[in-house]
Design a protein around this ligand. Structure first.
Ligand code: HEC
Ligand code: HEC
Length: 331
C-alpha cells in the first residue's frame, strides 16, 4: 500500500474553438479519495509553452512511496491466505509427471526415428530435399527472378508443408502434430503425389521407385504405429483422471452391475454410455444438478440397493461436478 500525495494538478482541456485551455489547480488535500481543489485559473496558451510545466507537474505529482491509504473502507484490500490443498497439489504433480512421461516417451521415439532414418536419408536427399530442406541452396536458375521463379516457388511452398532440415521431430509451418506429418509423408509416398508432377517432367529420374517406396514406408509406418500407441496409452491415463473418467469408474464400481451391459433392473436403463445418460432428462437435470434422479436416489441411500455400498460424500460431489461440467460444456 502506498500513500498518494498530489501537490499540484494540471488539467488540460480542449476548448470548443480548438485552442488549448489549461486549467491550473492546486490541490491541498493529500487524500486520494477526496481531492479538493483550492484554486483554479484558466488561461489560454499555445501547447509548446506548457511543456516545461507539464513535465514539472508530472514530476511533482508522482505519488510518494510508502503505504497508500484509502479513506474509503470498501476498497481496502483484505489479505486473504491462500489455502493450498494438499490433495490438489498431489494431483497437479501427478498430471505434471504424466505429461513429462508422455514427452519423454515421444522423445525416445524421436531418437529411434533419427536412427532408423539413416538408411533412407540418401533417397530422401536425392528425391525430396530440393523442395523440403531449408539448408538446401537452390541452383542458380532457381535464384534468379525470385518473385516469378517456379523453382523457388516450389521450394517455398514445399518448406511450408514440410522442412526436413532436421529429420525428427519433423518441422512444418504452424508446428502441426508429428503424427499428422508422418501420415502426410506416408500418403505422399504411397500415392506417389510427391515429388511434384511438374518437377518429374524435367527430372524423370527423381521419381520414387518401388524400392524407394518400400524403404520409406518401412521407416514411416512403425513410427506412426508407435506414436499412435503412445497417444492412446496416455489418452487413457488422462481420461481416467478427468471427471468423466472418474464418474465412469464410480458407476462401474457401484451401479453398472444392475444398470449396464444388458442388466436393466427396474427398467431404469443403461448407465454405461455417459453421453446418452446425460441426454435423459428424467434422470439428469442439467439445470439443477441436485434434482437429478441419479443423484437423489444415491443421496437418499436408495441406490445402490445394498446400504453398505452407499456413496460417500466425495462420490456424491463427483457426480454433481460431472453434471455441472456437462452443463457448462453445453452452454
Ligand atoms: C519440386 C519440389 C518438391 C519435391 C522434389 C518434393 N516435394 Fe513434397 N511438396 C512440394 C510442395 C510445393 C508441397 C506443398 C503442396 C501443397 O501445399 O499442396 C509439398 C508438400 C509435401 C507434403 C505435405 C503434403 C500435405 O498434405 O500437406 C509432404 C508430406 C511431402 N511434400 C513429401 C515429399 C516427399 C516425401 C518427397 C520426396 C519423395 C517430396 N515431397 C518431394 C514440393 C516438392
Ligand atoms: C444391486 C442392484 C442395483 C445397484 C447396484 C444399483 N441399482 Fe439402481 N435400481 C435397482 C433396481 C432393482 C431398481 C428398480 C427399483 C424400483 O423399481 O423400485 C433401480 C432403479 C434405479 C433408478 C430409477 C429409479 C426410479 O424411480 O425410476 C435409478 C435412477 C437408479 N436405480 C440409480 C442407480 C445408481 C445411480 C446406482 C449406483 C450409484 C444404482 N442405481 C445402483 C438396482 C440397483
Amino acid at each position: 500500500m502506498a500513500e498518494a500525495k498530489f501537490s499540484e494538478l494540471f488539467i488540460i482541456k480542449m476548448s470548443t474553438n480548438g485552442k488549448k485551455q489549461v486549467l491550473f489547480t492546486t490541490c491541498l488535500s493529500n487524500n486520494f479519495s477526496n481531492i479538493t481543489l483550492s484554486k483554479t485559473f484558466v488561461i489560454e496558451v499555445p501547447m509548446i509553452y506548457l511543456l516545461p510545466f507539464i513535465l514539472l507537474s508530472f514530476l511533482s505529482c508522482r505519488p510518494e512511496t510508502g503505504p497508500l491509504r484509502f479513506k474509503d473502507k470498501s476498497i481496502v484490500f483484505k489479505e486473504t491466505k491462500l489455502e493450498v490443498d494438499e490433495e490438489d497439489n498431489h494431483h497437479l504433480e501427478y498430471l505434471e509427471n504424466l505429461k513429462k512421461d508422455y514427452e519423454s516417451d515421444l522423445n525416445k521415439l524421436s531418437i529411434n526415428a533419427v536412427k532408423s532414418f539413416e538408411p533412407i536419408k540418401k533417397i530422401m536427399k536425392r528425391k525430396c530435399f530440393d523442395c523440403h530442406d531449408s539448408r538446401e541452396k537452390l541452383p542458380i536458375y532457381g535464384r534468379v527472378f525470385p518473385r516469378i521463379n517456379p523453382v523457388k516457388k516450389h521450394q517455398d511452398e514445399g518448406l511450408v508443408a514440410l522442412d526436413m532440415a532436421k529429420t525428427y521431430p519433423l518441422q512444418a509451418k504452424g508446428n502441426p502434430p508429428q503424427l499428422a506429418l508422418l501420415k502426410a509423408i506416408k500418403a505422399a509416398v504411397l500415392d506417389k503425389t510427391m515429388p511434384l508432377k511438374s518437377y518429374l517432367v524435367v527430372y524423370p529420374l527423381k521419381r520414387i521407385s518401388k524400392k524407394n517406396q518400400v524403404a520409406i514406408l518401412a521407416w514411416v509406418d512403425p513410427l506412426i504405429r508407435e506414436h499412435e500407441r503412445i497417444d492412446e496409452a496416455y489418452q487413457e491415463l488422462f481420461f481416467q483422471d478427468s471427471l468423466q473418467g472418474k464418474v465412469q469408474n464410480l458407476f462401474k464400481k457401484k451401479c453398472l452391475r444392475c444398470h449396464g451391459s444388458g442388466n436393466n433392473r427396474g427398467n431404469f436403463g443403461d448407465m454405461e454410455k455417459l453421453s446418452e445418460l446425460l441426454q435423459r432428462k428424467k434422470y439428469v437435470d442439467l439445470e439443477e444438478p441436485t434434482r437429478s434422479l441419479i443423484y437423489k436416489v444415491s443421496l437418499s441411500g436408495e441406490m445402490p440397493t445394498d446400504p453398505r455400498e452407499k456413496l460417500s460424500e466425495e462420490e456424491l460431489q463427483l457426480m454433481l461436478d460431472w453434471i455441472q461440467e456437462a452443463r457448462n460444456l453445453e452452454e
